[in-house]
Design a protein around this ligand. Sequence first.
Ligand code: 13P
Ligand code: ZN
Length: 272
Amino acid sequence: MGVLESKVLKGFVRVCDDGWNQGWHERNGGNLTYRMTKEEVEECKAEFTYDKPWVNMGVKAENLAGEYFMSTGTGKYFRNMSLAPEENICILEINEAGDSYRIVWGLVNGGGPTSEFPSHFLNHSVKVAETNGAARVIYHAHPTNIIAMTFVLPLTDSAFSKVLWQSMTECPVVFPKGVGVVEWMIPGGAEIALKTSELMKKYDAVVWAHHGLFVMGNDFDSAFGLMHTVEKSAEIYVRMLSMGMPMLQTIPEERLADVAEAYGGKLAEDLL
Ligand code: 13P
Ligand code: ZN
């Protein structure tokens, strides 16, 4: 079977389509990376070529040496991914030092992986270590409401976590660890990658002020689901503030931990 027929490519492209349909990916906004399993690499390997140059990433993660990643291309539009995956997506091999990649499949008309690959790469590194290899997906999108919130709330992990937990009852269950917040920074380099991956040691979702959201998942469903849940909660909060009426009640702060516990989770109560 070739890459285009593989289940993994279909799952990858489905996230892109779903994210586009949610309105999270204007122009080339957002990016997605997936760490392939050994079996998936074997299945696709016949189509790989090893003649492209190694590209240094400016960041390093030894625990990802020799891994293969599927990545959206830089400047490519999510709305086009499913129409021509071979033009918009690539597969990368990581070198033995864990500091460079080379393209082994895709981007047939030229280009490179997402400009946020350093952030994706370091986030993968943190999550692979944390989950003993279970984590496979890093997803970055530009959802409107979570971005809007970064103009009116203090840019702290606790302010965002508390508001998101209190705006929709499922939230303490879906992300009991809360969310991290990175102040406004220049995107696309090692500096924001290091900052984000530090927060990923504590959280599974990190807000980039005035920019968007990064999430992790063990699979496509959990990564997409986390993005969707955070943004839905943000939307409820923004709509509530937009109604022009005083807030009469909310989910009691002292019961948030009970919601998480009811579903077997443990709320990061230090954020309250
Ligand atoms: P890329 O097109 O390089 O993936 O960049 C889009 C983006 O969202 C940058 O943060
Ligand atoms: Zn972005």
